[in-house]
Design a protein around this ligand. Structure first.
Ligand SMILES: [Zn+2]
Length: 312
């Protein structure tokens, strides 16, 4: 009889039991400001080792409910975010902001909607369009391929509310002000300012100690967004990847792009090719040689900068 009860209990609870592929290994949430938490994910590209998880999911607890920003790269990563979020509050998630179309930031929406189906998901209008036009499917496949199929079962839950530049969302006593652009990191980027707390979520327009993959963006747009971020004079900057901190890392991020662009311009005018430019830039940028993704992204950034300088 006891065995039967046990079996019945297991049968009923089976869908809630997480198997090895159902949730990524936990990462701690850090309280970075009163009621604001960030899980600083590992830096790098999706892999079997990181189980796809490599961004900075965050949540803000308001008087009405919880606002999530970028719940991760897969339903499995999103479930981990939900589990950590629930250790900090019993309130429901009412809103989710997605900073841009890259799947490491938003495919975790699936896990949020599984638990809070009425949550409103907000993104850049061009992100919504691109996700519908194939970027959703592209990122689902990329995540699965790069993790050896770990993210299987994830579905692309695309935002249903488009945010415009300057728009303010008043949620539970806080003002979430949108700073959007169409030519920065992914051309679908939102930065989100919590006005009362002087916190800026930069998305991937600003990274901390990481060389950016800029294949979907422009140098001009990144510099404009970074200058805007600095002009907002936030107390705390929360980047898409890397640690949250004060404005110093934002200034370093700007310095990298200022140096790279000025040097590429100068050498382009001298008729140098990209492979001749690289050793010069390795020297000029040596203060940043410990940044993540240096080996992967410095070369492509030089090629992309040449293409952009050619258009000037
Ligand atoms: Zn990105």
């Amino acid at each position: 009889m006891r065995i039967l009860t046990l079996l019945a209990t297991l049968a009923f609870s089976a869908p809630a039991i997480a198997g090895p592929n159902d949730i990524v290994r936990p990462y701690p949430a850090q309280q970075v400001s009163a009621g604001t938490y960030v899980i600083h994910g590992p830096q790098g590209v999706p892999s079997v080792d990181n189980q796809s998880f490599m961004n900075n999911p965050a949540w803000i607890i308001t008087t009405e409910g919880v606002v999530v920003i970028d719940p991760g790269s897969s339903v499995q990563a999103g479930r981990m975010v939900v589990a950590q979020l629930r250790k900090t509050t019993n309130k429901p998630v009412t809103h989710v902001f997605n900073t841009h179309v890259h799947g490491d930031h938003w495919l975790g929406n699936h896990a949020i909607l599984d638990v809070w189906p009425k949550a409103t998901i907000i993104g850049h209008p061009d992100m919504i369009q691109q996700a519908k036009d194939g970027a959703g499917a592209f990122w689902l496949k990329l995540m699965s391929d790069m993790t050896g199929g770990y993210t299987a079962g994830t579905r692309a839950k695309i935002p249903t509310v488009a945010a415009t530049d300057g728009q303010e969302f008043r949620i539970g006593g806080k003002t979430f002000r949108i700073h959007s652009s169409t030519d920065a990191h992914s051309k679908t980027d939102l930065m989100i300012e919590i006005v009362e707390d002087r916190i800026l979520f930069t998305g991937d327009n600003v990274l901390n100690s990481q060389v950016m993959n800029l294949r979907d963006g422009t140098f001009k747009g990144i510099l404009k967004a970074t200058e805007l971020a600095l002009s907002l004079n936030a107390r705390l900057y929360i980047p898409g990847h890397g640690k949250s901190d004060d404005r110093k890392f934002v200034e370093a991020h700007k310095a990298w792009f200022d140096i790279l662009l000025a040097e590429v311009r100068r050498m382009y005018d001298e008729g140098m090719s990209d492979f001749e430019m690289k050793p010069v830039l390795v020297e000029k940028l040596k203060a940043y040689k410990d940044w993540e993704e240096w080996d992967v992204n410095l070369g492509p950034q030089i090629s992309l900068a040449i293409l952009e300088v050619e258009q000037e």
